[in-house]
Design a protein around this ligand. Structure first.
Ligand code: GLN
Length: 541
């Protein structure tokens, strides 16, 4: 029998439902259960690949190439499990499948109805995920909040599952308890409304995760118990914390795991987060900083959106800094500032290392070029990811090779020196406007050149890394690149595509075509991030 825990949001989004779902999985996993996670997103998009990162946050890529919601990144980082397409469900996928079956006469002449056929398809998918991951407990997170029109059919699926197997389904409402400044006390009323909205959908929350600026006090607990039908102790305090990795510990302080097991009629060992606590305590005690400047675009819409767009990069820097006994200090630098005032690139000198993450389009590219040139000449550790690798190649060919018009065809279709270009397979996708799920996506092998820094860093001669890009380094320029001091130290064994470039005349100058940030874990940082931070620490010293 599979057990399911549904995690739904109340009052407002962005209060940490994803971290709550990931932490729930972590707690149960630490107690010896086989767990998995599923994220359900309410939009019609088939996947997150076609949504602007400033709209939706980072697009997380699975080994199978799924372009998913960033919460899958939290699930992977907290549990070490690998998420694939089955772990990510959107309304679009559900409807697409129901309509496909209807066209195939699979409904045997019946009319196809929104209820129950849509919830039935959701339930089928949840069972497939649980089955394929061999999970005893599946934690299912619904995007958005209760009361939104589009979440109704997903709530209906949860209701049908709970009705059929009441002992196998638990409902967690992650809700927000504001402290209005003119009142100065935590208000439960919005959560009471959210709880009642859930009741209208035929569901009763077993737990309320009470997000807010501080802990629940006795009167608040009592009020949630009375007005939201909560058992004593089943409203779990979740005050703001400085590190998301504290959240499982915080939940277990209130014996969340014991209570979950009781609700699901499971027997299991008690809490077991000692090692995790040691890890978290170590990270919190670090004082000596490593200062990393992250240069890119997507910087116009305020800090919140920004950090969401690059969440896996941010987490990877943290993991690597902690492993090097340093407190990560990240500064976001808008590449366009260097276009407005080229001399301001000098401000980069204060950083121990410079990272240029992935990106698309032409905005900010000139500023990134100045950044790369500066890091290269001043021998500041440089780590370029995806676009950051492509632009590093172009920078070298332009400024060292003297081909001043070298470019990526993403920015200049007519460039005489297309150092980065659309290879023929991709060109047809663009011409035919087939944009959804057609980039080079998911895990590909990368062979590491003998004697290279890359091979030394990984300690292996071949690795597998995840991709998400449309353009490629143009191998016609391999020799030119080498003449400019950049050599290809990693390439795909089947296609010969360039995967890693590095300089020998620099303390650390590495560009990777893939996205290593998707495979970094808190306790096992990604090797290239680790090496970059190590070089940055050495640079600082
Ligand atoms: N825009 C580049 C491409 O499509 C890089 C993509 C990225 O950085 N993720 O190839």
């Amino acid at each position: 029998m599979h057990k399911f825990i549904f995690v739904v949001g109340g009052v407002m989004s962005s209060v940490g439902k994803g971290v709550a779902a990931a932490s729930t999985a972590k707690i149960l996993q630490s107690r010896g259960f086989k767990v998995t996670n599923v994220k359900c997103d309410m939009y019609i998009n088939i996947d997150a690949g076609t949504i602007r990162p400033t709209e939706h946050g980072e697009v997380f890529v699975g080994i199978d190439g799924i372009e998913a919601d960033q919460d899958l990144g939290n699930y992977e980082r907290f549990t070490g499990n690998t998420m694939t397409a089955k772990n990510y469900i959107t309304t679009g996928q559900v409807y697409q499948e129901v309509i496909r079956r209807e066209r195939n006469l699979e409904f045997g002449g019946e009319d196809v109805e929104v209820v129950p056929d849509i919830p039935n398809e959701i339930i089928r998918r949840l069972n497939v995920a649980a089955e394929e991951d061999g999970a005893e407990i599946t934690i299912v997170e619904f995007g958005g909040t209760v009361g939104e029109y589009q979440v109704l059919l997903f709530l209906e699926a949860a209701r049908m599952m709970k009705l059929a197997n009441p002992e196998d389904v638990a409902i967690t409402l992650v809700s927000y308890l504001p402290v209005p400044s003119h009142v100065g006390e935590m208000k439960t009323k919005p959560t009471q409304h959210a709880s009642r909205t859930l009741n209208e959908a035929g569901l009763q929350a077993d737990f309320i995760i009470a997000r807010g600026p501080h802990k629940l006090d006795k009167p608040r607990r009592d009020r949630l118990a009375t007005f939201c039908n909560m058992r004593d102790g089943y409203a779990i305090s979740a005050p703001d914390v400085s590190s998301i990795y504290q959240v499982p510990l915080m939940f277990e302080e209130e014996d969340f795991g014991d209570k979950l097991l009781k609700t699901l009629h499971l027997e299991g060992p008690g809490k077991n987060l000692e090692d995790w606590k040691k890890f978290v305590d170590h990270t919190m005690a670090l004082e000596k900083p490593v200062k990393i400047g992250v240069v890119g675009k997507y910087f116009g819409t305020g800090d919140y959106t920004l950090s969401d767009s690059y969440i896996s990069v941010i987490e990877s820097i943290k993991h690597a800094a902690w492993a090097n006994d340093r407190k990560p200090e990240l500064v976001w630098i808008d590449a366009e500032a260097f276009e407005r005032d080229p001399t301001s690139v000098e401000t980069l000198r204060e950083f121990d290392g410079i990272l240029v993450p992935g990106g698309f389009g032409e905005r900010g590219v000139d500023g990134i070029m100045k950044t790369i040139e500066f890091a290269r000449e001043e021998k500041i550790p440089y780590f370029g990811i995806c676009y950051g690798m492509q632009l590093a190649c172009i920078e070298a060919v332009r400024n060292i090779g003297g081909k001043t018009k070298a470019n990526t065809t993403e920015v200049d279709k007519e460039t005489p020196d297309p150092v980065v270009y659309l290879n023929p397979l991709q060109a047809s996708n663009v011409i035919e406007k087939k944009y959804g799920a057609t980039m080079r996506l998911g895990a590909y092998a990368c062979n590491l050149a003998e004697g290279s820094l890359a091979r030394q860093i990984y300690g292996q001669d071949s690795v597998s890394e995840r991709h998400r890009h449309r353009y490629e380094f143009n191998n016609d320029y391999t020799k030119t690149l080498e003449e400019c001091g950049l050599f290809i130290s990693g390439s795909n064994p089947d296609t010969g595509l360039a995967e890693i470039v590095e300089r020998r005349d620099h303390p650390f100058f590495v560009g990777v075509q893939f996205h290593p940030e998707f495979q970094s874990r808190p306790e096992t940082p990604h090797p290239v991030f680790g090496a970059f931070i190590k070089a940055s620490v050495e640079n600082a010293e």
